[in-house]
Design a protein around this ligand. Structure first.
Ligand code: TXA
Ligand code: MG
Length: 336
């Protein structure tokens, strides 16, 4: 099992972070907390370490990684071109849960970018992530620290459970505050385009840029993929996840029909409560999108851990505020 070292969120500088930076320098993998989810970090310019990241996740090598930087200045060094929209978005949301897709500078290894001509960059807000980037003095490539298509980790224990010895060291900075991945925005074209909805909402992006395109492929749609890595099935727990539209009664009824014999079923409701029933493991998440997002992955991890045979999730409301959560639930429910 990897070493798990607690790091105080608000006083991260110290031995643990120094050791983690040394491990990265030596070509090893370090899991780090960010405000969105935990990342599986490697030195961005170390192609052997990058290969280890893909292997640890079981991820196809054409799925690009996000480069984590301290600030816009460090991001610009990785880009062949830094559009005005990138400056405006970085100014408004960095450090924070926003990832920008820009043209890749020639000195950035193609393998980090999944072989493509663009790269994704983000300056995370989490003090532990920032302290680690600062201690290394270089960008850290870090996808979410889960197995390919699996549930993203929002706690150190989730990382250990999924990746085990593939990671050398896990910096435990406690639970992630946003709990859902960053918003990915392509700023290379004339109009910025959301490739993955996330912790920064569409309204917030539009307040800064004006026009922003937001047509996301539906899970299962037969369209060419705008964002490599945005597979129909993604963010999925081990147990099959069923998304049920309508109120809590419909979700409970669906769960009951799946819970025949000795099968146990998890039920995740949105804001509404329901009476306890045998064979149903009931979880109630808040009716507001931000607190819901913060708790969602942890809840699904817990249900998986308790060994349920299926998970029924009551669909969340529509609208921009719920966009990212609805996207994740749809992908988690997509057939393998
Ligand atoms: O919140 C997050 O973004 C977390 C934390 C650790 O920073 N990271 C994360 O990384 O979610 P990952 O690799 O699991 O997802 C990154 C997604 C990819 O699935 C892909 O859709 C998009 O970002 N992406 C990365 N590089 C891209 C590129 N060059 N062009 C288009 N999309 C890209
Ligand atoms: Mg991921």
């Amino acid at each position: 099992m990897p070493r798990v070292v607690p790091v105080e969120r608000d006083a991260p500088a110290g031995r643990a972070v120094t050791e983690a930076a040394e491990a990265l320098r030596a070509g090893r993998l370090v899991a780090l907390p960010t405000e969105t989810v935990y990342g599986l970090g490697a030195r961005a310019f170390d192609e052997r370490a990058i290969a280890l990241v893909f292997a640890a996740k079981g991820r196809p090598t054409h799925h690009p990684l996000i480069l984590h930087v301290l600030d816009e200045r460090q991001a610009r060094e990785l880009a062949a071109r830094w559009p005005d929209a990138a400056s405006r978005l970085a100014g408004a949301f960095w450090p924070g849960p926003l990832t920008l897709v820009v043209d890749r500078a020639a000195h950035v290894p193609a393998s980090v970018a999944g072989g493509g001509a663009s790269i994704a960059v983000r300056a995370p807000a989490h003090p532990v992530a920032r302290a680690l980037i600062a201690a290394l003095g270089e960008p850290i490539a870090a996808p979410s620290a889960n197995r390919y298509q699996g549930l993203s980790p929002t706690a150190a224990s989730h990382v250990v459970r999924q990746l085990g010895d593939a990671v050398d060291l896990v910096l435990d900075g406690g639970p992630c505050s946003a709990g859902i991945e960053s918003t990915v925005v392509d700023v290379r074209g004339p109009t910025a385009r959301v490739l993955r909805p996330g912790a920064v909402g569409l309204d917030a992006l539009r307040r800064v840029l004006g026009a922003v395109e937001a047509r996301i492929e539906r899970a299962g749609a037969e369209e060419p993929r705008a964002a490599p890595g945005m597979d129909a099935r993604h963010y999925a727990p081990r147990a099959p996840l069923h998304l049920v539209a309508g109120g809590p009664e419909l979700a409970s009824r669906a769960a009951r029909s799946l819970a025949s014999g000795d099968r146990r079923v998890g039920v995740v409701l949105c804001g509404a409560s329901a009476a306890p029933e045998p064979r149903l493991l009931l979880r109630v998440l808040p009716a507001e999108p931000a607190p819901y997002a913060r708790l969602l992955y942890g809840t699904l991890h817990d249900l998986d851990e308790s060994g349920v045979d299926a998970i029924v999730v009551q669909a969340v409301p529509g609208g921009d505020a719920w966009w990212a959560v609805a996207d994740r639930l749809r992908r988690a429910a997509a057939a393998p």
